[in-house]
Ligand binder design. Structure first.
Ligand code: UD1
Length: 371
């Protein structure tokens, strides 16, 4: 097939491009080479396969999108502005790049819908807000974010109305959506716009809700990216990772190759059409453990700093219930955290990273978004 990957020069996109090429597809990339991710050179990253055809342009640029879609039979929409904290003050930029970008892309797809056989859109666990929990009665509950009062008192775990602790559970796709950042709102837009338009026009469309992705090619110097890249950039510069809260908050860290696996299944399995799937490992890992593992490899003399500080909108626990994608598509995560971190570190050892974390943190503090 001839396939378009938007954001194909990025972290996830470029790995997907490699896998599609390996399967014999013809691949085109549409990417704006955002300087926050790719630096100021305007050049595509070295890891982007030369076998893919590159169209440099923004998803909001109708002409660029039209050129990118020429002859295309399937589209993976991976392009997005991805800084959660930054999205809380650059609201217009995030809504424009993500929500409006999806709108332009979809209109141009519709203009060529007779040829297009599949759409796969990158959604995000961020649209859930807090994960699923079990209360004292054994009932599954979907609590809202922790209150400012609880956080200020450093009561970091979720509690019921009487102050009894809630126990984290895997989060299923049925959980009501409760995005708590501008980024998350635009990711819900991505998912819902693609699924609604796909269903209305009969184009088989799949939404993949990515959990916390890590692996080689993650933009280390981008302080708005995920925690593994941020901690690594700190450690490479001899500084301690700053662990928020008490470090016992958990996430589901999924290696980028498993994300690629899910995308290939979403392309190839007929009954994926019209469905959304969690893509994670189904296992929670604490942030303190991530900090310890990375420090142990990158700078054993450096102790991660548990700050007890917190960010507005941060959730406490969320890890994927992967039963649906397992049963319906035959997905199974293949990379353990141990192997995955080793792979990440192998790549990091070839990189230098600028640590811009303090500036990013100052931007949040200035606006009362981190305390
Ligand atoms: C968010 C998004 C997710 C997105 C990811 C990376 C939500 C709920 N999810 O995830 O869709 O893919 O950002 O852009 O918005 N932490 C530290 N120290 C740091 C940085 C982070 O302790 O220097 C902690 C955070 O407080 C949090 C955890 O690490 O508890 C994970 O943070 P992060 O990697 O930013 O991702 P999420 O907020 O889970």
């Amino acid at each position: 097939m001839k396939i378009l990957v938007t954001g194909g020069a990025g972290f996830v996109g470029s790995h997907l491009v490699d896998a599609l090429l390996e399967r014999g597809h013809e691949v085109r990339v549409l990417d704006n080479l955002d300087p926050q991710v790719h630096g100021d050179s305007g050049q595509p990253p070295a890891h982007l396969s030369p076998e893919a055809e590159l169209e440099i342009g923004d998803v909001r640029d109708r002409e660029a999108v039209a050129r990118a879609l020429e002859g295309v039979e399937a589209v993976f929409h991976q392009a997005a502005a991805v800084g959660v904290g930054q999205s809380m003050y650059e609201i217009e930029r995030y809504v424009a790049a993500n929500s409006l970008g999806a709108a332009v892309l979809l209109e141009e797809i519709l203009a060529r819908r007779d040829r297009i056989r599949r759409l796969v859109v990158a959604s995000s666990m961020s649209i859930y807000g807090e994960g699923a929990y079990r209360d004292r009665q054994g009932q599954r509950v979907y609590p809202p974010l922790r209150t400012e009062v609880a956080l200020a008192a450093r009561r970091f775990e979720l509690e019921d109305a009487e102050g009894a602790p809630l126990e984290p559970l895997p989060t299923p796709e049925e959980k009501p959506l409760h995005p708590t950042s501008v980024y998350a709102v635009t990711k819900r837009d991505h998912e819902e716009l693609f699924l609604a338009v796909g269903a209305a026009y009969g184009i088989p469309t799949v939404g993949l809700r990515y959990f916390n992705i890590y692996g080689p090619r993650q933009a280390l110097s981008n302080p708005y990216t995920g925690v593994m890249a941020i901690f690594s950039a700190r450690l490479l510069n001899g500084r301690p990772p700053l662990v928020f809260e008490d470090g016992l908050q958990t996430r589901d860290f999924v290696h980028v190759s498993d994300i690629v696996q899910a995308n290939l299944l979403a392309l190839e399995r007929d009954h994926a059409a019209g469905r959304v799937y969690n893509v994670g490992t189904g296992r929670p890992t604490s942030i303190a453990e991530v900090a310890r593992r990375l420090a142990g490899h990158l700078a054993p003399e450096v102790e991660p700093e548990i700050t007890e500080r917190y960010r507005a909108g941060d959730i406490r626990h969320c890890y994927a219930d992967i039963s649906r994608i397992r049963q319906e598509l035959g997905y199974a995560p293949r990379v353990s955290l141990e192997d995955g971190i080793e792979d990440l570190l192998g790549w990091i050892s070839t990189q230098s990273a600028e640590d811009r974390v303090e500036q990013a943190r100052a931007e949040l503090e200035k606006r009362g978004l981190a305390r």
